[in-house]
Design a protein around this ligand. Structure first.
Ligand SMILES: CSC[C@@H](O)[C@@H](O)C(=O)COP(=O)(O)O
Length: 363
């Protein structure tokens, strides 16, 4: 069993504090939406799918404790709180997609005159709880599709060397992970020679979190500095790069952890396939290109300090964008739970997204 970043049972929620990892494994109780917003904003929980799940579960915890006489009051509260949760971090789209979907669902429950306020409340909470299971099964599909695509491009029986960035594993999702799920599948198929992964400055999601997961699962792996990527590609015969996504525009441009873009440029130069692994909930069809994706800027203390220890000269000026956008032309394929698509094929996915919307309450 890999790490469980999100623990939810019978209306009780706690999340592993990722700021303390790997030194300490401590769970933070989440008593409602305010706690959910704070842990997301402070990055105690992070990773686009985990942000959405924790945000929505924090709402489930809060409304489970309340009593609603009127359905309209429940609908108003849900809508206001979901919009508040979206504001915790702007780049990852998963929370917004989940909020839009849940708002449509609560509106449909509100309009259904055959159900009471209590039933509406119970059904709504159950829809949120279903997100956890859906994320896990989607991640397994992503892992399998991704492993298959990578293995199709190498010789029969060849062992592969993968490079990944940031943390996209169990800590960033409900369980298993997206890009790291692909790595897990390759390892289970005994086809992974090594997984190289970057430190991912300044927050060090690679050195702290991906390392923690890979060591825990005994997956052969090597940590490299962010600045080692070009030399690694020149010397280590990397079979493919697989990264996650915070928001994919409809043309395939992909916002992901800062540093992703430069890895894609280097991969293109070395003719290494570059894959983005993400659930459909990371695709934002309302945004045409990456130019329209808002990039979160984080406080400079994340660059100047590590564990409260100053590493940069006092008085230095910093620029700390948390994400960058990789242009679609550098992306070989986008690995989703429905299969692997070239960026230009994303429009065919739009109808499947529509089906997803029509099959409420599946998220
Ligand atoms: C499955 S996680 C996908 C992305 O969210 C991940 O690659 C990433 O960029 C995480 O950024 P973070 O700032 O740690 O939330």
């Amino acid at each position: 069993m890999t790490l469980q970043a999100i623990r939810y049972e019978n209306g009780t929620l706690e999340v592993l504090d990722q700021l303390l990892l790997p030194k300490e494994s401590k769970y933070i109780p989440i008593l409602g939406v305010e706690d959910g917003w704070k842990v997301i904003n402070k990055m105690q929980v992070r990773g686009a799918p985990a942000i959405a799940i924790v945000g929505c579960l924090s709402l489930a915890v809060e409304i489970s404790k309340e009593e609603f006489e009127k359905k309209k009051a429940l609908r108003r509260e849900v809508e206001g709180k979901l919009n508040y949760l979206i504001s915790a971090r702007p780049t990852a789209v998963n929370m917004k997609q989940a909020a839009d979907h849940l708002i449509s669902y609560i509106n449909s429950l509100d309009n259904d005159e055959s159900i009471s306020a209590q039933e509406m409340q119970a059904r709504f909470v159950a829809a949120i709880e279903a997100m956890l299971e859906k994320d896990i099964s989607d991640n397994r599909s992503i892992g399998e599709f991704g492993a298959k695509a990578i293995l199709n491009s190498v010789m029969d029986g060849e062992q592969v060397r993968i490079l990944t960035h940031c943390n996209t594993g169990s800590l960033a999702t409900a369980y298993f992970g997206t890009a790291l799920g692909v790595v897990r599948c390759l390892h289970s198929a005994s086809r992974l020679e090594n997984c190289y992964f970057t430190e991912t400055r300044p927050y060090n999601q690679g050195a702290r979190l991906t390392a923690y997961e890979l060591i825990h699962d005994k997956i052969p792996s090597t940590l490299v500095c962010d600045s080692t990527v070009a030399y690694l590609m020149k010397t280590a015969q990397i079979s493919a790069v697989v990264v996650g996504a915070d928001r994919v525009a409809s043309n395939g441009d992909t916002a992901n952890k800062i540093g992703t873009y430069q890895i894609a440029v280097v991969a293109k130069h070395h003719e290494v396939p570059f894959y983005v692994a993400a659930p459909l909930t990371s695709i934002d069809f309302s945004v045409n290109t990456g130019d329209n994706i808002v990039i979160e800027e984080r406080p400079q203390i994340e660059m100047t300090h590590i564990n409260n220890l100053r590493i940069a000269s006092p008085g230095v000026t910093c620029w700390n964008p948390a994400f960058d956008v990789t242009p679609a032309r550098l992306i070989t394929g986008i690995i989703t739970e429905k299969g692997v698509f070239r960026p230009s094929e994303l429009s065919t996915l739009q109808s499947q997204m529509q089906d997803r919307k029509n099959s409420l309450p599946q998220l």
